[in-house]
Design a protein around this ligand. Structure first.
Ligand code: COA
Ligand code: AMP
Length: 662
């Protein structure tokens, strides 16, 4: 049931009056609806159809249409007379740098770097891996790829060399674009040793022919230092630019991939979400206008990272396709230098929207509960705050709602969907907000609650699996890179006719959707999506570990954090503290600091069912201090008491040293 199709149960008849017919039309007349939105995009060849359903598991948007996404994000606005408008504002709290690129300047920088890529032999369909922190070159490199039809794959800076290697091996990029490093509070993250190591790890059949390095004043390391002995040739970004010339935007079929973005699956091997060009441009065009109420002349601050889907859609592509100004902020919500950092950025650059993850607000609240820092800034331009990436706890929602006195919109989406499955569409009408709810489904997304057999649950307030009826809206993933079967197995085969979101939730009696948590072993740590399965794979690599379980436990700041439970092999003698420290370091080395893995409990035995299934839910409930249920099928109930005793000896250690595999 949704507010769009169900009879309204709201107290007044008005809420949804403007939104409801819009959603309804997207379901009843998807052709007409999406072709209308498509007229707002610049095509090289106009599409005559919106949807091409090719089979049970295959559909494509705007068949026959051709466009260039980079041209839509840049040239189109210059040609429309907006060349002198600010496109990108770079604000680094880490270095104090502030830079503004107009649309003309950004287009020229992108065209020139596209020329550099072309000179390196990159052409349509080739992959380019981008490993850059929050610097303008990240945006330039992404749009440059799009300009010449190369498929980019951006990797978040908080991942270790191993994770980078896995992505290189899967996407097989011809070129890597990187920089000397990133800046985290109190430390420099040197990227070049990580890139070099990742290429080595991939081994003899590594696809990477060249590495392009942008130097940074604040970080040591140059291309020349890594050239010798590497299977790839390393180049300096600026030297290549000096020898290059701008490249023109090429024509891409609407269904051609724009990028691959890796996200955590249920195993250690991440899934490469493939995004198309036409559907994504049209989906974002709709979202920017109707959800964010954003267009030329507006400024948006999305506090995330270009390595995540939020960064792709709402730091880079969305705001630029819509012709507004986007802020690229290098820094944290707190400590760079204080909890007023976001308010400073918003007021200094006159942003009307802030989009961030709830964890960032919790971090600010922890340091400045009375919002004293807010009082230092003129926030009169701010019109709304949008939150995504994890469940928004009602307490923080109320805190920010009361403190900022602008609409606070909790919207729900995934790397896979590319834009919002559910939101409060402020560009159409502001529906009454409810703390804890992500409001209502957006056009193209027909969202249902399903029981374990895939049958629709129509009663309100009954939790189940959240499924989206196929096909998905334009812009959502079309496949997993390199494996059609994995796409089907991961998302489409659980519930016939539906995309399975992996989230659980319910509709209330007003048709508002509440997203309550994952149904798989994906966890969300500070808005970063991680797979407990991949953490377990790392822990079992330690020679002393017999068995392990990693679960997501509640964390006041980060929403969730990963906690590991391990048993030691018979005959192995190792101090618990030492083992824990080594495991924490191992995860940091193999997955990266982003895993934020700190807690290890060494146990005698893990609680299991008689068939050998580890009772993860019971462990989580015990750790979280919730009433717990012990299934009747438990192998040995005394294990629970052992576990509770072991919890007194959990090691919660900061990662201080890196160990190599024993
Ligand atoms: N490159 C390298 N390392 C990174 C990194 C990056 N881009 N981003 C984070 N890290 C490191 C951090 O330095 C930290 O390292 P440490 O263990 O040495 O301290 C580790 O990864 C964990 O980072 P994080 O989970 O972000 O914790 P934090 O304590 O540094 O910061 C918050 C906490 C809440 C301030 C921070 O997580 C935040 O701003 N969250 C917003 C969430 C967000 O933007 N999510 C995007 C998806 S919507
Ligand atoms: P990611 O692919 O990294 O964007 O993570 C997507 C996952 O984050 C979703 O499947 C949800 O589990 C969670 N998530 C994102 N936004 C929300 C939200 N507004 N409320 C609850 N969970 C969310």
């Amino acid at each position: 049931m949704s507010i769009a199709s169900a009879p309204s149960h709201t107290a007044t008849a008005t809420p949804g009056a403007a939104y409801r017919p819009v959603w309804q039309r997207s379901q009843e007349d998807p052709e007409g609806f999406w072709l209308d939105v498509a007229t707002q995009v610049q095509w090289k060849t106009e599409p005559t159809r919106a949807l091409d359903e090719r089979g049970e598991y295959e559909w494509r948007w705007f068949p026959g249409g051709e466009l260039n996404v980079s041209e839509n994000a840049l040239d189109r606005h210059v040609d429309a007379g907006r060349g002198d408008n600010a496109a990108l504002i770079y604000d680094s709290a880490m270095t104090g740098t502030k830079l503004t690129f107009t649309y003309r300047e950004l287009r020229d920088a992108v065209a020139l770097f596209a020329g550099v890529l072309r000179d390196q032999g990159v052409s349509k369909g080739d992959r380019v891996l981008i490993y850059l922190p929050m610097v303008p070159q990240a945006v330039i490199a992404m749009l440059a790829c799009a300009r010449i039809g190369a498929i980019h794959s951006v990797v978040f800076g908080g991942f270790a060399a191993n994770e980078l290697a896995v992505r290189i091996a899967d996407a097989k990029p011809k070129v890597i674009v990187t920089t000397a490093g990133g800046l985290e509070p109190g430390r420099v993250v040197e990227y070049l040793p990580l890139v070099s190591r990742a290429i080595e790890l991939v081994g003899d059949d590594c696809s990477v022919e060249s590495v392009i390095v942008r130097q940074r004043d604040a970080v040591p390391g140059t291309a020349a230092e890594y050239n010798e002995g590497s299977s790839a040739s390393w180049h300096d970004w600026e030297e290549l630019e000096a020898k290059s010339s701008p490249a023109a935007p090429v024509s891409m079929r609407a269904e051609d991939p724009l990028y691959i973005l890796y996200t955590s699956g249920t195993t250690g091997s991440p899934k490469g979400v493939v995004r198309d060009s036409g559907g994504y441009t049209v989906g974002l065009q709709w979202a920017m206008q109707n959800i964010y109420n954003f267009g030329p002349g507006d400024t948006m601050f999305t506090a995330s990272d270009v390595g995540w889907v939020v960064g792709h859609s709402f730091i880079v592509y969305g705001p630029l396709i819509a012709g507004g100004t986007t802020i690229l902020y290098e820094g944290k919500p707190v400590g760079t230098p204080d909890p007023g950092a976001f308010w400073r950025v918003l007021s200094e650059h006159g942003a009307k929207l802030l989009s961030t993850a709830p964890t960032a607000l919790r971090a600010i609240r922890r340091e400045d509960p009375e919002l004293e820092y807010l009082k230092r800034y003129d926030m009169s331009k701010l019109e709304a705050i949008y939150l995504a990436g994890e469940r928004m706890d009602p307490e923080t929602w109320h805190w920010v709602n009361d403190g900022l006195r602008v609409p606070v919109v909790d919207h729900w989406w995934q790397t896979e969907t590319g834009w919002m499955i559910c939101a409060n569409p402020l560009g159409i009408e502001e529906l009454p907000a409810k703390a804890g709810s992500t409001t209502v489904p957006m056009p193209g997304f027909d969202v249902h609650i399903l029981d374990s057999n895939g049958k629709r649950i129509t009663e309100p307030n009954v939790e189940g699996n959240i499924g989206i009826r196929l096909p998905l809206a334009p812009g959502a993933l079309l496949e997993i890179w390199g494996s059609r079967q994995r796409f089907i197995d991961s998302y489409l085969s659980a519930f016939k006719g539906y995309y399975s979101t992996g989230d659980a939730g319910y509709y209330d009696e007003d048709g508002y959707l509440f997203v309550m948590g994952r149904t798989d072993d994906v966890i969300n740590v500070a808005g970063h999506r991680l797979s407990t399965g991949s953490l377990e794979e790392v822990l079992t690599q330690h020679s002393a570990v017999a068995e392990c379980a990693v679960i997501g436990v509640s964390d006041e700041l980060k929403g969730q954090r990963a906690a590991g439970f391990v048993t030691v092999k018979h005959g192995v003698s190792i101090d618990d503290q030492q083992l824990a420290t080594e495991l924490i370091a191992l995860v940091r080395e193999h997955i990266g600091p982003v895993a934020s893995f700190r807690d290890v409990t060494v146990v005698e035995r893990l609680p299991k069912t008689r068939s050998g299934k580890i009772l993860r839910k019971t462990i989580r409930q015990i750790v979280d201090g919730e009433p717990y249920t012990v299934p009747a099928t438990i192998e040995d109930p005394t294990v629970i008491d052992e576990l509770i005793t072991s919890l007194k000896h959990t090691v919660s250690a900061p990662p201080t040293r890196v160990v190599t595999l024993p």
